[in-house]
Design a protein around this ligand. Structure first.
Ligand SMILES: C[S@@+](CC[C@H](N)C(=O)[O-])C[C@H]1O[C@@H](n2cnc3c(N)ncnc32)[C@H](O)[C@@H]1O
Length: 199
């Protein structure tokens, strides 16, 4: 069930994008967060970001990548095989995750929410599987002329979100946003929210 257009899937898998994503995008998106414990990456694609996280964050004890597209999951499985039991890739829909609640210390979401028409359901699932005190960290496209035009041209179904909508969506599922920040240029936004302990 590929959700992305062929053009976008090729771009996501390409070596130049992977290099840029690892060297530039990931450090910017994490902005110094250490990823300790059990980590879940939703819509993890071919596993390029997960591979870098596992190399650069020895404190990540276990990283699970889920993606709706079985082809992406196969690529991620191959890429993450050298990490043995520290990594796992499986097919799953982020709006209905096959995990118990409160099980992950961190949920990562890189450039995937705009592919999920029911993105609020994805946030609800991220909130459910996070342990109290756990964090959702990531980045995504902002609704903007160039982003809308790109996806209109490649005819993929997307749901472009503004920073204000994302902030309200996070709060609606019980997450506490620490920051939702548009990048310079306004094309993408970085976000970081935590799940508060029960009152
Ligand atoms: C633009 S790619 C980003 C991949 C990766 N996060 C990265 O930064 O390289 C978006 C990914 O989200 C996945 N995706 C879209 N909708 C999904 C859903 N409902 N559940 C799980 N994965 C989904 C797509 O299959 C695709 O691999």
């Amino acid at each position: 069930v590929p959700v992305m257009s062929r053009a976008e899937a090729v771009l996501c898998r390409s070596a130049p994008w992977r290099l840029f994503a690892r060297r530039v995008v990931l450090p910017w998106a994490l902005s110094g967060h250490r990823l300790t414990g059990r980590v879940l990456e939703i819509g993890g694609g071919s596993g390029a970001m997960a591979d870098t996280v596992l190399r650069t964050h020895p404190e990540t004890t276990e990283l699970t990548v889920v993606d709706l597209d079985p082809g992406m999951v196969r690529s991620a499985g191959r890429r993450l095989a050298p990490f043995g039991g520290r990594a796992d890739a499986e097919v799953a829909d982020v709006t209905s995750l096959p995990f118990d609640g409160d099980g992950f210390d961190v949920v990562l979401s890189f450039l995937m929410l705009h592919h999920v028409i029911d993105w609020r359901d994805a946030l609800a699932e991220a909130a459910r599987v996070l342990r109290p005190g756990g964090r959702l960290v990531g980045y995504d496209l902002c609704r903007s002329g160039p982003a809308v035009a790109f996806h209109r041209a490649d005819r993929s179904a997307v749901s472009m979100i503004t920073p204000d909508e994302l902030r309200s969506g996070l709060e609606a599922v019980g997450l506490v946003p620490a920051s939702v920040r548009r990048s310079r240029g306004g094309l993408v936004m970085r976000f970081d929210a935590h799940k508060p302990p029960p009152a």
